[in-house]
Design a protein around this ligand. Sequence first.
Ligand SMILES: *[C@@H]1O[C@H](CO)[C@@H](O)[C@H](O)[C@H]1NC(C)=O
Length: 184
Amino acid sequence: MWITFVTMATAMVCLMGVHGDVQPQRDFDLQRFAGKWFRVGLAYDSPGFTAPYRDKLRVSMGILNPQTNGNVNLTMWTQRSSGCRSKLYTYEKTAIPGAFTYFSTRHNKVKDITVVETNYNEYALVLKHKKMDREYTQVALYGRSQKVKPEVIQKFRDFATSHGFPKDAILTPPPAENCPPSGR
Ligand SMILES: *[C@@H]1O[C@H](CO)[C@@H](O)[C@H](O)[C@H]1NC(C)=O
């Protein structure tokens, strides 16, 4: 009985290890990845991610500016109850192209950002997880426009599901209204 349990537990850890070993996009090209993106999908499984918050979620726009040293500045505009707010994030490069780290002031933790898959001109699947352990905290689907093909949405849903996100934690929010304000 005990032996069976230990064998099963070991097998499960090995399985999770395989799934946890996420590789970034092959031959990741930061220059082609730069520019404007819209976060059109979000899978986020956290107790703080409650129904009122989910309902308020809108598509966010981001501008990604590579620095000369390989780090990346990302400015994101998010619709909040207080209005449209922009925030600057700096993602630091790692030895692996397509993998970045950043310090989350909100969670007081270093997080890994992995660009799992992108075709540069249409969509990008981005995984965010806590450093060291491979606990997935977020999967985001970025599009070059506010609307992406249904096949791309399906790819995102399948990816998030295969990483353990429950269906009701996988969202494709409606477009933002005037955020960032038009004329920018
Ligand atoms: C990135 O952000 C830093 C800090 O605000 C700023 O000094 C730098 O000029 C920015 N670089 C680019 C390429 O946007």
